[in-house]
Write a protein that binds this ligand. Structure first.
Ligand SMILES: N[C@H](CCC[C@H](N)C(=O)O)C(=O)O
Length: 279
């Protein structure tokens, strides 16, 4: 099975072209779960499949998390798959593709940069503070697209110095918070200056911290701009695997357009030979 491995800001993905492979869609979750396992297989945070679109888009992006669960969308994945589609002549530099959260548009910029117009924030609860086990958290809740990809944006004092275990344990608790209808990716933030925030994400479906989350960084940018923590409409989000830029077009508290911009890296291309994989 031909594959490409890519990463964007350290969020890594296996990409396959199902226009050629023609794997039955119902078999993909198990394949994704198998191949995304670190150490025993290729390993990745997510598995992406390019497929024929239903409508007039260039292609359909199917996204699966490391545990085989379906994700509505993935921002860093969308950046990577855009460059993959461009390089493999599936789309031009500017493209439009279907995702579980709705249509996404993107543009492959110079070099390895890709700019993605993410699904609009459909649910925005800026003041959505939580209390779990007697501890209060300053939190916003945002869903991008419809059906929406769920994100909590949570203040974490001293995030840059906090140890992995503390962030992980807190992230896990909030990820399963009973009032989040479908769980949430948990994006912890610390403000570095008025145009820059540090964000670390506990990802649903990976059930661990990843080095970056694109839609999480964009959701954090929306929450932090609307809260007045960040100024201007283009902000920088520092993540563990690099940096991302988010542009927000809005009228007051209503966001019309949300862009994610950042680097991509093609790590490998070749054939998957995993002998334990049962197709
Ligand atoms: N890493 C992705 C998000 C994957 C979505 C997944 N973790 C889920 O909640 O289904 C991003 O860059 O936006």
């Amino acid at each position: 099975m031909q594959f490409t491995k890519m990463q964007g800001a350290g969020n890594d993905f296996i990409i396959i072209n199902n226009m050629i492979l023609k794997l039955p869609v119902e078999k993909i979750p198990a394949i994704a779960k198998k191949l995304c396992q670190r150490k025993v297989s290729l390993g990745a945070d997510g598995f992406m499949v390019v497929d024929y679109p239903d409508g007039d888009a260039d292609f359909k992006m199917r996204f699966y998390n490391q545990d085989g669960s379906i994700g509505e969308m993935c921002g860093n994945g969308a950046r990577c798959i855009s460059r993959y589609a461009y390089i493999n002549n599936i789309a031009g530099r500017k493209m439009k593709f279907e995702t579980g959260a709705g249509i996404v548009e993107s543009e492959v910029l110079e070099g390895r940069q890709v700019k993605v117009l993410l699904n609009k924030p459909e649910i925005v609860k800026i003041e959505n503070d939580l209390e779990i086990d007697g501890v209060k958290y300053e939190c916003s809740y945002i869903e991008l697209g419809n059906p929406g990809l769920p994100h909590a944006v949570v203040k974490f004092e001293g995030l840059s110095h906090a140890d992995y275990k503390e962030i992980f344990e807190t992230g896990k608790k909030i990820r399963y918070y009973e009032k989040f209808p479908k769980g949430a990716n948990v994006n912890f933030f610390e403000i570095l200056d008025e145009h820059t925030a540090l964000v670390k994400t506990y990802e649903r479906g990976v059930e661990d911290l990843t080095l970056a989350c694109g839609t999480g960084s964009a959701s954090a940018a929306v929450a932090l701009i609307l809260k007045g923590y960040l100024k201007g409409d283009k902000v920088k989000i520092i993540v563990s695997g690099g940096e991302l830029f988010v542009e927000v077009e809005r009228t007051g508290n209503v966001v019309h357009k949300l862009y994610l911009i950042g680097d991509t890296n093609i790590v490998a291309t070749g054939e998957i030979l995993d002998e334990d994989l049962v197709l």
